[in-house]
Design a protein around this ligand. Structure first.
Ligand SMILES: [Zn+2]
Length: 248
């Protein structure tokens, strides 16, 4: 885990041209018990690369290939190239060109690039999907599907899932302040989604919808309606910060 942490951190830096201080990595729950690795952008504001890593299904695979290269392996074949291109001496377990850095001195005795080669080769062939919850994307999607109240809502969710876009965090969540229960909700993005059938085109219904929308927007939510007047693709393209990028 220590080797993997160093390799991925260095690879993210190379792939996104970041300084050593811009991305930080920490073992969780602790350095003595490493179950997962937490990456975070340590520079103020951040470059948004970690969000990109989660949103682009092949970005992590590219980082894994970069990590193989950092560790002196051919990223395609896994062949051991023994050292960095301009280094004179062979690297057995780790060197300052691959896994060692000033920042991970406590880990130096654990570092061994050979132990992570197979795993990185597998990752370099992978695609990633992200889940807004701690359960997997598939489980979360099924949970949302079960909450859907109409075929149209199920159709919308399936469309989002198939297009590999960001999934909503909730379905049918009551937002009490505005007395409304949007079909779907993106908690982190503060966006409420309504998937409207033909009955929403009646004037009095439209008036009620508008009053709710005003209330929601005053409360700081973005209201996004999917209706029959505009294609779903078009609506999605207007809100990349909510849905991610279509066709990525
Ligand atoms: Zn090395």
């Amino acid at each position: 885990m220590a080797s993997l942490q160093a390799a991925l951190k260095n690879a993210i830096q190379v792939e996104y041209q970041l300084e050593d201080s811009e991305v930080a990595a920490e073992p969780l729950p602790s350095g003595d018990e490493r179950h997962s690795i937490l990456f975070y952008e340590s520079a103020e504001g951040g470059a948004g690369v970690l969000r990109h890593l989660v949103d682009d299904p092949v970005a992590f695979a590219r980082v894994a290939a970069q990590a193989l290269q950092v560790c002196h392996f051919d990223p395609q074949t896994g062949e051991d190239l023994r050292h960095a291109p301009n280094a004179k001496e062979d690297c057995e377990a780790a060197c300052y060109d691959c896994l060692m850095s000033y920042y991970n001195q406590m880990d130096h005795r654990h570092l061994d690039r050979q132990t992570i080669k197979e795993y990185l080769l597998q990752c370099s062939q992978s695609t990633s999907t992200s889940s807004p919850q701690s359960i997997s994307r598939a489980e979360h999607c099924q949970h949302l599907l079960n909450l859907c109240k109409s075929d149209l809502e199920r159709e919308w969710l399936t469309f989002i899932e198939k297009s590999n876009l960001r999934l909503p965090s909730h379905a049918q969540l009551l937002l009490e302040t505005c007395h409304t229960r949007p079909d779907f909700f993106y908690e982190q993005e503060h966006a409420a989604i309504y998937v409207d059938g033909p009955h929403h085109q009646y004037p009095e219904r439209q008036q009620r919808d508008q009053t709710q929308k005003d209330c929601m927007e005053d409360t700081g939510y973005t209201v996004i309606r999917f209706d029959l007047l505009e294609s779903w693709d078009k609506v999605i393209e207007k809100y990349p910060s909510v849905f991610g990028l279509l066709g990525s």
